[in-house]
Design a protein around this ligand. Structure first.
Ligand SMILES: NC(=O)c1ccc[n+]([C@@H]2O[C@H](COP(=O)([O-])OP(=O)(O)OC[C@H]3O[C@@H](n4cnc5c(N)ncnc54)[C@H](OP(=O)(O)O)[C@@H]3O)[C@@H](O)[C@H]2O)c1
Length: 232
């Protein structure tokens, strides 16, 4: 079994990569910091590819190479992401900040899925799991505005996941596509005072990667939090 994990150098992605290695998966880690990625890949016995995901042409090239070298993954787990600047309200942020966050959080997600998932769909098996955020929801708590590029990039990720899930038959053709909200977690992004440990934050993605699924009775193409479906 093969898992490709973005954001694999640290935080939630690295935790999921460690968990999947422990379950016997071959893992390919992707991140941009070469020094860190080389070290953690060695530590957990994973393959790795270095790419700055804001470079969309390079991203397409690297993920094509991954599929060529290792084949279509069983699990494509997208755990990369950047937060937008503190004062990034819609009327205060800049085009540069908007483009930076959209490119990394949303555009690269499209390019990766568009490059990798055709081979999974052709094989008729695989799981696409995308870290979204509760801040990207259009319902529930946390809709108070602010952090506009981040929130809107994650709302876009949610739409992409839902669209792709429907386009691939909502599990009927062997492909599961889901988004999740890890909740506020103690990573570099979440900060040291966040209420959740990395293990707690990463648990739902690991479950999505490994759960049993029966088309017709189980659900895919939705947003998950603590292994429960929540409204978008
Ligand atoms: N932590 C939370 O409280 C929280 C809450 C809700 C949602 N999330 C979401 O969960 C996911 C994981 O978050 P985290 O807390 O684990 O974040 P993190 O600790 O800050 O790690 C972010 C990961 O993304 C990679 N990354 C960032 N920019 C990149 C780029 N330009 N090119 C390639 N890789 C890049 C980083 O690798 P390099 O630095 O090596 O590039 C790193 O591996 C994100 O999508 C985040 O939005 C997190």
């Amino acid at each position: 079994m093969l898992a490709v994990v973005t954001g694999g150098s640290r935080g939630l992605g690295l935790q999921n990569a460690k968990d999947l290695r422990a379950l016997g998966y071959d893992v390919v880690l992707v991140a941009s910091n070469e020094e860190l990625l080389t070290r953690v890949a060695q530590e957990i016995g994973a393959h790795y590819r270095v790419v700055d995901l804001s470079d969309l042409d390079k991203t397409r090239q690297i993920f094509s190479e991954i599929v060529q070298s290792y084949g279509a993954p069983d699990v494509l787990l997208l755990a990369h992401g950047v937060m937008s600047e503190k004062m990034s309200k819609t009327l205060r942020t800049t085009t540069e900040e908007w483009r930076r966050v959209m490119a990394i959080n949303l555009d690269s997600t499209f390019v990766i899925v568009n490059t990798v998932v055709p081979a999974m769909a052709e094989r008729r098996s695989g799981r696409v799991i995308v870290y979204s955020a509760c801040l990207g929801r259009m319902s529930g708590p946390g809709n108070a505005g602010g952090l506009a590029p981040y929130r809107i990039s994650k709302a876009g990720v949610n739409a992409l996941v839902r669209n792709l899930a429907h386009e691939t038959g909502l599990g009927a053709r062997g492909i599961l596509v889901d988004a999740l909200c890890p909740n506020h977690t103690r990573t570099d992004m979440g900060g040291p005072d966040a209420p959740r440990s990395i293990e707690e934050g990463a648990a739902t993605a690991l479950w999505l990667a490994t759960r049993s699924f029966t088309p017709g009775s189980d659900t895919t193409g939705v947003l998950w939090e603590d292994q429960e479906v929540i409204d978008w």
